[in-house]
Design a protein around this ligand. Structure first.
Ligand code: NAD
Length: 486
């Protein structure tokens, strides 16, 4: 059985205890990960603290070069990393390769960043400049749906801004992140990126540890609350990217045949295990039956299976508790009168497979509509009035993203503008890029990732104020020299 090592101070570290990682397509153990001890966590943070001085003191261009080298190293190993990711996460290999590619893309994007300096006053009274300085050591905690790309939403901007990072992946999917730590030893200076693995208790220990000045967390809303309260004592900075229950509002002028495949792809991407997947569709009553039929057709023709099979479009649910949750939400909806237009139950085979499910007759108030299902089950809700449907879409604790679909793009954009969430899309969903900020409203998050905004969350704003104006201005306004007066 392949064992992976943690990366602490640039070296491979074993642990006395290990835990098994399960391949969700086979339910077999696919690797073993070290259980990080409290002393090892101390060592990882000590190394990150020691490395901080050298790393933060480098010119941003030098840090950028190191990040570009890290991107090259990961790109060279794409095939190997993707195979590990598919084994532990379940997603099809092509999507695993794309996820490694997104880590490479994020590293290259943020490699070009330099901290902003902005002069806000420059006169005889004062020279005042706003600078951005690194925060210090960052603790990054990631979930199991996109363990690699979500880690690099944190690692790339944090390192570019001059911080050092200790990352802890989910116990369901630690292996690819551990392997990345192994590959980047010697590419990044020792201690700049530490990788530790363990269960939820280790995550809690990271958040309470005195070393990190910032916790960057992606995961569930329930855990996000715990992270926020753990950070409060020490006033650590936090960014929380949490759950979502994104609505897609379909307008009455759409071409159903054209949008159904797009809606299907954005609801069932990664088997629905995407924070910003379409999680509930609101369809006008006139088009309702046609849309349900078209979505059901997509669902029954989507090949579900082992991600190593090149024909597979949808992999398994990542883990047993999540599979049970999806199954419970679907059977609850069916018991309340919803109808499975496609799917509705587990697949009769090994692995955590759930048949892609389209729920017709779904209503607000059903848990599968009101809560985040995070799996391959999509409720479709009928509506009669577009104004009230916006209110219904907004009547959620979540506010990650939402989309409106319509031929009349101006009208669709006006309606999308009324959605109460961090991102609204028109005729698209899950359109994410390193230069576009991503933030959750309400229970979907605190703070922002990506773009200049996300980068700045890894910095401390500092004002430098010189009374009497800048040295250069003072030199200019001094009386001319003795020689000049002659
Ligand atoms: P989770 O909250 O159970 O776990 C996330 C991480 O937190 C894991 O590494 C876990 O070990 C760690 N953790 C658990 N308890 C902790 C604690 N008390 N203190 C610190 N860390 C702790 O989430 P999950 O089940 O792995 O992921 C699924 C959730 O993540 C979904 O709700 C999904 O919407 C959300 N998510 C959000 C985004 C986003 O960007 N908004 C992206 C992906 C996933």
């Amino acid at each position: 059985m392949r064992r992976f090592t943690m990366t602490i101070d640039g070296r491979g570290v074993e642990s006395a205890q290990h835990f098994d990682v399960i391949d969700p397509a086979t339910e077999q153990v696919c690797g073993r990960a070290p259980e990080c001890s409290p002393e090892q966590l101390d060592a990882a943070f000590a190394a990150a603290s020691t490395a901080l001085r050298g790393w933060s003191g480098l010119a941003p261009e030098r840090r950028g070069k190191a990040l570009a080298a890290a991107a090259d190293a990961l790109e060279r190993q794409t095939a190997e990393l993707a195979a590990v990711l598919t084994a532990e996460q379940g997603k099809p290999l092509a999507q695993a390769r794309a996820e490694i590619g997104s880590a490479v893309r994020w590293l290259r994007h943020f490699a070009g960043f330099t901290p902003n300096r902005e002069v806000v006053q420059d006169d005889d009274v004062a020279f005042a400049e706003v600078l951005r300085r690194p925060l210090g050591v960052v603790a990054a905690i990631t979930p199991w749906n996109f363990p690699v790309s979500l880690a690099f939403w944190k690692i790339a901007p944090a390192l570019a801004a001059g911080n050092t990072v200790v990352v802890k992946p989910s116990p369901y999917t630690p292996l690819t992140t551990l392997r990345i730590g192994e590959l980047l030893r010697g590419v990044l200076p020792d201690g700049v990126l530490g990788v530790v693995s363990g269960g939820d208790a280790l995550g809690a220990r990271l958040t309470r540890h005195p070393a990190p000045r910032k916790i960057s967390f992606t995961g569930s809303t329930a855990t996000g609350r715990k992270v926020l309260s753990a950070a409060a004592d020490d006033l650590k900075r936090v960014t929380l990217e949490l759950g979502g229950n994104d609505p897609a509002i379909v307008l009455d002028d759409v071409d159903v045949a054209e949008i159904a495949p797009k809606l299907f792809r954005t609801a069932f991407a990664n088997s629905g295990q995407v924070c910003v997947a379409v999680k509930r569709i609101y369809a006008p009553r006139r088009l309702y039956a046609d849309l349900v039929d078209a979505l059901a057709h997509e669902a029954v023709t989507a090949r579900t299976g082992d991600g190593r099979d090149p024909e597979t479009l949808l992999g398994p649910v990542n883990n047993r508790p999540q599979l049970d949750r999806v199954a419970a939400l679907v059977s609850d909806a069916l018991s309340r009168g919803a109808v499975a237009a496609a799917g509705g139950s587990r697949l009769a085979r090994d692995g955590y497979f759930f048949a892609p499910t389209v729920l017709a007759g779904a209503e607000d108030g059903m848990p599968v509509v009101d809560e985040e299902q995070f799996g391959p089950a999509l409720p479709v809700v009928a509506y009669d009035d577009v104004d009230t449907v916006v209110e219904r879409a907004n009547a959620s604790h979540f506010g990650l993203a939402g989309s409106v679909w319509g031929e009349d793009v101006e009208r669709a954009a006006r309606i999308a503008g009324r959605l109460d969430c961090g991102t609204s899309w028109v005729n698209a969903h899950i359109a994410l890029a390193p230069h576009i900020p991503f933030a959750g409203a309400k229970w979907s998050g605190v703070g922002t990732e990506n773009g200049r905004w996300g980068y700045e969350e890894f910095t401390q704003l500092k004002v430098e104020y010189v009374a009497g104006g800048s040295p250069a201005r003072r030199r200019r306004s001094e009386p001319t020299t003795a020689a000049g007066r002659h």
